[in-house]
Design a protein around this ligand. Structure first.
Ligand code: S3P
Length: 184
């Protein structure tokens, strides 16, 4: 663990694509008066094009390299709320840096709830394109073990974004009060 106090550590949201990391992350940031960093958005800014175009033009490897660098730089900042793409935790170095520098919440959505969202996601998620439902299901379940590296899990199936954010903020405040009762 680094020497940043628990209250100042950045918060990282992980989970499969399209579970709501960006929406919930923005809410958490608002409630805690912190800056929000959406890693996909940062990558898109760097390349000045949408993710699908980055995949088409430069390939996934280039996307993953930029993703790693931006996440590592962001995790080393204090007091941020960071939403990372659903494939980021496939890279061990990203997992290790996030785990040692930040507090990680895994947003856990069931397959049954997730599959209802496919039509909303397909255009902007190159990793889903060209896959049939069985292949998406396999990817969904293959990815679940990589999210096991977290500090806390929130089951969000029946939770609107605002309530999920409240839950995260409340559990953070509880942890801060227990572990740093004097505000430090
Ligand atoms: C990806 C998830 C996306 C984005 C990219 C690749 C993945 O982020 O990083 O399309 O491999 O799971 P979201 O999880 O925010 O959709």
């Amino acid at each position: 663990m680094n020497d940043v106090s628990l209250r100042e550590q950045s918060i990282v949201l992980i989970g499969f694509m399209g579970v709501g990391k960006t929406t919930i992350g923005r809410e958490v940031a608002k409630k805690l008066y912190r800056d929000f960093i959406d890693i996909d958005e940062e990558i898109e800014k760097k390349f000045n094009m949408p993710t699908s175009e980055i995949f088409n033009t430069y390939g996934e490897k280039t996307f993953r390299k930029a993703e790693k660098q931006i996440i590592i730089d962001s995790c080393r900042q204090r007091l941020k709320i960071i939403s990372v793409g659903g494939g980021a935790f496939m890279q061990e170095e990203i997992r290790e840096v996030c785990l040692s520098e930040c507090i990680i919440f895994f947003l856990d959505l069931s397959w049954d709830s997730w599959k209802e969202r496919i039509s909303l996601l397909i255009d902007s998620r190159p990793v889903l394109q060209g896959k049939n439902i069985e292949q998406m299901k396999k990817l969904f379940f293959d990815r679940q073990p990589i999210y096991e590296g977290h500090h806390s899990k929130v089951i969000i199936d029946d939770l609107p974004a605002e309530e999920a954010a409240d839950y995260i903020v409340d559990s953070l405040k509880t942890a801060w009060d227990i572990h740093e009762p004097n505000g430090k």
